[in-house]
Design a protein around this ligand. Structure first.
Ligand code: ATP
Ligand code: MG
Length: 497
């Protein structure tokens, strides 16, 4: 049976200076379908979503909602009139408001006397969180939540309105396996209730598990739509990148040698408890665990970003005191953070300046910045990581999400760090660029650097590391060798059993 059209776009064009983000897009989304959209970083996926939610306007083309054509609408109309809600790559939560206040922002429940019905809003927020199976107090302020929990609040916000079309822009990226399962359950329930889900993802496995149809974008152009059951990973990837791509993890041509970083009984104010481990030159040491396990907090403590309350850190056999990140960098440590918006980039600066930001020595002579060096380094990493932009002088905030992540990586690769702490380095990065990052990490290891690799994506954690340490609630619950490690074993240790 042919399902009815929920939403369709015709001839959509959107240009930015130097790029055509969307070039004559025609596409139809049906009622009761999960419609995946995939494509490389900068393909135009998020731009389409922003047009569908009224956040930005297309220059040409129309949008038809249940058959009625419109040129454009406001975000308010999109949400409250047409029931189009989106969960963006970058969240829209107000940090100093509570979960419930965020959920009902702009749509507050009022009592008869006109005052806010706080109790009712807390109750309804709790209901939405319960549907998601998440035990959170709706009165808690959003700023105290981790990325994964902020994401959950975004989803709760969308479902608490009468949503007809729910757009998710890489919703699973910050979540771990258990939460992703919950997310899928929720998506399937919403679909049963007649909601159209538009699901953007770089993870092939998810697209195949969840979607009914999948559309591919490349360089601002619509390429094709497939019935998911009738296509395969190879065909999709080929369509996305326009060439064949390896699906395996690249092999490293090196063996771990001497210990470079050794951490003993480390504890921090952020609930890191008694952590002991070491990592060798040429080694990639993985850290697995669920959201909230303390992996990010651990690397922050090592990097001097959080206050350490006990324990010792040795670099190359010498005991060191790292009071802040500046000292950490001086000692040859680099942290590539998971939350690039907060800790990774300076949005008002250009791509070029962001890349060289931590390599002052390399781009300057006698404390003066040499523009030529600045450009050389930026050009080198733009090419190496395939950062898609017409011009490295552009502000970093104009890049697509995945390309911003590549700039953060470039910044740390440009410094000569000996010990690199990667926190979810491939989050939001497309299949082609993932492969490039894996190869880069291997090359760094082969150059004798010690690497810590935090990842919530099981295949890459298993495929990229020499050893995996698993954490739960700020403590280490086990360690697995490459030969021993399986997804099941990691999950078991991660749940603290
Ligand atoms: N505000 C902006 N100003 C200038 N250019 C922009 C702006 N927003 C997006 N672009 C450009 O439009 C193109 C499409 O970007 P978009 O964010 O839609 O990509 P995407 O498919 O969502 O990629 P990703 O997978 O990395 O999130 C990119 O080349 C990007 O640099
Ligand atoms: Mg995007």
């Amino acid at each position: 049976m042919q399902e009815k059209s929920a939403l369709s776009v015709k001839g959509i064009v959107k240009r930015y200076p130097g790029v055509t983000a969307l070039d004559n897009i025609n596409l139809e989304f049906l009622k009761n379908e999960v419609h995946a959209i995939c494509g490389e970083n900068g393909a135009g996926k998020s731009t389409l979503i922003k047009i569908l939610t009224g956040a930005i306007q297309a220059e040409e083309g129309t949008i038809a909602i249940e058959g009625i054509e419109r040129k454009s609408f406001t975000p308010f109309e999109a949400m409250f009139k047409y029931g189009i809600a989106a969960i963006y790559q970058e969240f829209n939560l107000v940090p100093y408001l509570s979960i419930a206040e965020n959920i009902f922002l702009g749509n507050e429940i009022k009592k008869k006397d006109g005052f806010l019905d706080i109790r009712k809003m807390n109750q309804e927020a709790k209901n939405a969180l319960d549907i998601l199976g998440i035990d959170l107090d709706p009165r808690v302020k959003v700023q105290s939540l981790t990325i994964a929990y902020q994401q959950i609040v975004e989803i709760a916000k969308a479902i608490s309105h009468n949503v007809k079309i729910l757009i998710m822009d890489e919703p699973s990226a910050p979540l771990t396996t258990n939460e992703v399962d919950k997310l899928f359950e929720l998506v399937r329930n919403l679909k049963k209730r007649g909601v159209t889900i538009i699901y953007i993802s770089h993870r092939m496995a998810e697209i195949f598990e969840l979607s009914d149809r999948v559309s591919v974008f490349r360089d601002g152009r619509y390429i094709n739509t497939f019935i998911t059951a009738e296509t395969d990973k190879k065909e999709l990837i080929h369509c996305m990148v326009g060439r064949e791509l390896l699906e395996t993890f690249p092999q490293r041509k090196c063996k771990p040698s001497e210990i470079m970083l050794s951490v003993e009984n480390l504890s921090s104010v952020e609930n890191i408890k008694d952590i002991t481990f070491s990592v060798r030159a040429g080694e990639v040491l993985g850290f697995g665990g669920l959201v909230g396990a303390g992996r990010t907090e651990l690397v922050r403590a090592v990097f001097g970003a959080d206050k350490v309350t006990g324990g010792t850190i040795e670099i190359n056999g010498k005991k060191v005191a790292i009071a802040n990140p500046v000292e950490a960098v001086k000692l040859g440590l680099g942290l590539i953070p998971e939350d690039r918006k907060q800790h990774g980039i300076i949005s008002e600066m250009s791509i070029k300046e962001n890349i060289s930001y931590s390599s002052f020595k390399k781009v300057s002579r006698m404390r003066l910045i040499i523009p030529k060096y600045l450009k050389e380094i930026a050009d080198k990493y733009k090419k190496l990581l395939n950062i898609v932009t017409p011009d490295i002088e552009k502000k970093i905030k104009e890049l697509s999400g995945g390309n911003q992540q590549k700039v953060v990586l470039a910044k740390w690769l440009a410094t000569d760090c000996q010990i690199l702490l990667f926190d979810e380095p491939t989050r939001g990065v497309d299949v082609g660029a993932k492969q490039e990052i894996y190869e880069l990490i291997n090359k760094l290891a082969e150059d004798g650097k010690a690497i810590i690799f935090i990842s919530s994506e099981m295949p890459e954690l298993l495929g990229m590391t020499d050893r995996i340490i698993v954490m739960h609630e700020g403590e280490i619950t086990g360690e697995l060798t490459k030969e021993d490690a399986t997804q099941e074993k990691i999950l078991q240790l991660a749940s603290g059993e």
